[in-house]
Design a protein around this ligand. Sequence first.
Ligand SMILES: [Zn+2]
Length: 341
Amino acid sequence: MQPRPLRTTVIGSYPMPCWLECATTQLDRFGAADLTELREDAVVVAVHDQCAAGLDVITDGEQSRFDFNLSFYGYLDGICLEATPPRRFGPPAHDQRGRHAVLSELEAPRGLGAVDEFRRLRKVAPVGPVVKASVPGPYTLSGRLIPNQQYPDRYALTEALLPIVRRELEHLVDAGCEELAVDEPSMSCYGATEDVARLVDIFNRTVETVTGRCRLSTHLCFGNYKGHPVGRRSYAALFPEFTQLAVDEIHVEMANREFAELEIVETIARDKDVAVGIIDVKSYYIETPEDVVERTRRCLQYVPAEKLALAPDCGLGQTARWAARKKLASLVEGVQRVRDS
Ligand SMILES: [Zn+2]
């Protein structure tokens, strides 16, 4: 059971401050100590904004990754980083990101960097809000690697990455991480055409050594590359199998999908907590606290407050910071009104 009824939480990413985005275009001008300072300052900004909103759970905003999973590839031995993407111009979409060739055995002798991120977050976060770390799962990470003779398909790549991710999760828990999100957006985006039970098995083997050692959650994402989803945005094909995911909390996107399939939260809540996305990260309509009250009450028709958390639909990393701040403020204020009523 979650620590507080109607908990307010977030998915990993938060918009980069403008100066950080500018800095990332000229990283070669910075020394190692400058980069350490740059990353820490960026996390201070993300933590500040989330705390100012009054969230119960905060993240580091993935400020040092500069992209949801790009940075993890930088820690992998055995790959050749980023081939030229198939499309470089035109409207933004997933095909503007390249895939990486695999040259030899996949290994991550230095881990995947998430432990340092967690330590940095703990260092700058005030006492009060819960700090959450998030790591992409192996199926999602395999999506941008090109199969070869050694790893002939996506599942072979996934199996090679699985122990690497599992070890990272163990190290996070050993470092004191008490709340951990393992996200597999590729599973929710493409699960409808895959063997869903096989995906659940992959997920559960990834988290098996940390289950019960921390609060585990997962975000069933339909993609948010520059504000654009991908895949068929329906949860129907994933359930009931996904109720077997070995997590304490499942997060679902509802705001941008106009609360389609909201009844799925009742199914999830039978033996887990549910976090519901009630803030649309892809729209510049700023939800009011009244909207949040109405949406929270709608969720309460299916899930008791003890099991319900409220959140944005996805990470806010692709939403302008001014809008992200206002949306989080409305989220917290609206939920508080429901608590007070
Ligand atoms: Zn998402």
